[in-house]
Design a protein around this ligand. Structure first.
Ligand code: PMP
Length: 288
């Protein structure tokens, strides 16, 4: 059976899952989305993802034509129909089909798409040995232009930073905010560790309120590892003892080189490893 994609309450074979060329999601990147993991048949942190989706939609004046409960049921059904145990969900809400021209009022109804599929961003080796990253010359969107807290369909600034990373021969780039402080990566949040304390940039410095970020912050607390939200300069990255990234698709991945500088010993550090293990234990435990 072909992969089944949910669009506005109906299932389509992967090959037939299509939307209009007049959809403002395509024409203008006008919409919001979520990436969600499913572990052992359970939607991981479903409420947090749905909350962020509805918050993002509200911020861009987009009405989602379903309740959060209806969307949760639709996700569950899509997982079941595709017989997935572990998978990745892409939940997309577009402004809907309209006319040429920006006016969102020409789009009578938002469209909702649920794709369930597998995802692997990075090779297993990088999770064991760590990854190299660069800091990008492409800055994170200024909050007065487009709040980085909105998970919108317009990822162009992240994509430009990602291209810069690929050109440099690394898989991820760290983005700074317009003031020059570290915000996050193109699709992951960032954490550094120095002298036993874990630091991550505050949301006000341009970080997305990552669901995995919150889980890691809670795991630090329950494991008695000191954690602080703090402004991070590029220099702090260079003198960090350890560094790791978090994201739904990436999960938790150690960083061992930044802009050509070795991080700590050059191997994933002890606190990173402890948190990585705690994370994998946590995602498997919550099913009970
Ligand atoms: N930052 C950005 C820009 C993202 O797109 C994402 C999601 N992939 C994240 C951070 C991580 O957030 P989460 O843990 O909720 O997936």
């Amino acid at each position: 059976m072909s992969l089944q994609v949910w669009i506005d309450g109906q299932y389509f074979n992967k090959e037939d899952a299509k939307i209009s060329v007049f959809d403002h999601g395509l024409l203008y990147g006008d919409g919001v989305f979520e990436g969600i993991r499913v572990y052992s048949g359970k939607i991981f942190e479903c409420k947090a993802h749905l909350q962020r989706l509805y918050d993002s939609a509200k911020a861009i004046r987009l009405t989602i034509p379903y309740t959060p409960d209806e969307l949760e049921k639709a996700i569950q059904e899509t997982i079941r129909i595709n017989r997935f145990e572990d998978c990745y969900i892409r939940l997309v809400v577009t402004r809907g089909t309209g006319t040429l021209g920006l006016d969102p009022n020409r789009c009578p109804r938002a469209s909702v798409i649920i794709i369930a599929d597998s995802i692997r961003l990075y090779p297993q080796e990088m999770y064991e040995k760590g990854m190299s990253v660069i800091t990008s010359s492409v800055m994170r969107n200024h909050p007065n232009a487009l709040s980085p807290r909105i998970k919108s369909l317009n990822y162009l600034n992240n994509i430009l930073a990602k291209i810069e990373a690929i050109d440099a021969g690394v898989p991820e780039a760290i983005m700074l905010n317009p003031e020059g402080y570290v915000a996050e990566c193109t699709s992951d949040n960032i954490f550094i560790i120095r002298r036993g304390v874990v630091y991550t940039p505050p949301v006000s410095d341009g970080a997305l309120e990552g669901v995995t970020r919150s889980v890691i912050m809670n795991l630090c607390q329950s494991s008695f590892i000191p954690i602080q939200e703090k402004r991070i300069e590029r220099h702090d990255l260079y003198i960090a003892d350890e560094c790791f990234l978090t994201g739904t698709a990436a999960e938790v991945i150690p960083v061992t080189r930044i802009d050509g500088r070795q991080v700590g010993s050059g191997k994933p550090g002890p606190i990173t490893q402890k948190l990585l293990e705690a994370f994998h234990k946590f995602v498997r435990l919550i099913e009970n």
